[in-house]
Design a binder for this molecule. Sequence first.
Ligand code: ZN
Length: 136
Amino acid sequence: MTRCIICKNELKEKAIKCPFCQSYQNWKRWTGDLNMLSVITLIATIIAIAAGYYQLSGMDTSLEQLKKTNRSLVQNNENNSKEIQKLNDSLVEMNHEVKKRQIEANKLTKVLQIQQEYISNLEKNIKDLTTIIESK
Ligand SMILES: [Zn+2]
């Protein structure tokens, strides 16, 4: 003989359900009169929730990786922008230098023209003088 785990009345050996208080004496006491379908549904729900949490943690990992990738892309972009700005600055400087040189070259060309005019005037004067000397 054994006793009911709830009402402590005496039961037959290996009795599954107490005839006095209707309590199940095995694992069924946890689920009461739930049928098997309800138990399976409950287990399936628990598995689904667990799978959901698992997926969610996977998504967290993916999200973290995406954030990391994004951070390095932003960093690269900043570095590239700085590099482009530097190149742009030196291009502006080079352009300035080229303009200065062009102005100098123009000045030199003018000086050269004046000198050539001067030389041709001198040549003309020499010719004139030579003509005068020869005529005398
Ligand atoms: Zn009982």
